[in-house]
Design a protein. Structure first.
Length: 191
C-alpha cells in the first residue's frame, strides 16, 4: 500500500458525509406540505365519520317501523341520532384552533328529493320527499331513509373549508358538494 491512499479514502468519506448532510438539511428545510385538497379532506373526514355513523344508526332504527304517511315520525328517530353527532362534530376542533359548524340543509335536500330521486324502469319505488334535511323515499309503503344533507364549515387559522355533505344511509353513499368559501377552496362535486 502506498502511504497517501488512506488519506484519499478519508477525504472521499468526508466529502460523502458533507453531501449527505447537505441533502438531509435541505429536505428538513423544505419539509412536506400537504396540498389544500388533502387538508380539506382531512378536515371534512373528521366531520363525515360521526355524521355517517349517526345516519346509519338512524336508518336502522327507523327501518320498517314507519309508513310513508308517518315519515315525520321516522325523521324524529333519525334526528335523535343525528343531533348528538352534530354536537360531536362541532366540538371536534376544540383545543386545535379549528372551529367546526354543522347544520342540516333543507334547501339542498328539497332539490335532491325533486331532481335526484332514484327512479327507473326496474325500480318499484315511490316518490321522494325531504323532511328536516332528511331524504326519504316510499318503498313498499314504508318511509325509507336515503340520507341527510348537512352543511359543514371548518374554520382554521389559515383556511376555511365549506362543504355540503349528502350523508347516505349506506356507507358508500356520502357525496360532497363544496361551495366557495373565504379564502376560497373551489367547487367540487363527488368524492
Amino acid at each position: 500500500m502506498r502511504p497517501g491512499r488512506g488519506q484519499v479514502v478519508l477525504v472521499a468519506s468526508a466529502v460523502v458525509v458533507v453531501a449527505l448532510l447537505t441533502m438531509l438539511l435541505a429536505a428538513f428545510q423544505l419539509g412536506y406540505q400537504p396540498t389544500t385538497s388533502e387538508v380539506e379532506a382531512a378536515d371534512l373526514s373528521r366531520a363525515e365519520e360521526p355524521l355517517s355513523d349517526a345516519v346509519r344508526r338512524g336508518a336502522t332504527d327507523a327501518a320498517g317501523r314507519f309508513s310513508w304517511a308517518e315519515r315525520a315520525a321516522a325523521a324524529a328517530v333519525v334526528r335523535a341520532e343525528l343531533l348528538p353527532a352534530i354536537e360531536r362534530v362541532e366540538s371536534a376542533g376544540v383545543g386545535a384552533d379549528v372551529v367546526y359548524r354543522a347544520e342540516r340543509n333543507d334547501t339542498v335536500a328539497d332539490g335532491i328529493a325533486r331532481e335526484r330521486c332514484p327512479r327507473g324502469e326496474d325500480r318499484q319505488f315511490g316518490e321522494c320527499a325531504a323532511h328536516g334535511a332528511m331524504l326519504f323515499q316510499e318503498r313498499a309503503g314504508d318511509a325509507y331513509l336515503l340520507g341527510v344533507v348537512v352543511d359543514v364549515r371548518v374554520v382554521g387559522p389559515e383556511r376555511t373549508t365549506t362543504a355540503t355533505l349528502v350523508v347516505g344511509s349506506r356507507e358508500s353513499v356520502t357525496d360532497r358538494v363544496r361551495e366557495p368559501a373565504e379564502p376560497s377552496t373551489g367547487t367540487t362535486v363527488g368524492r
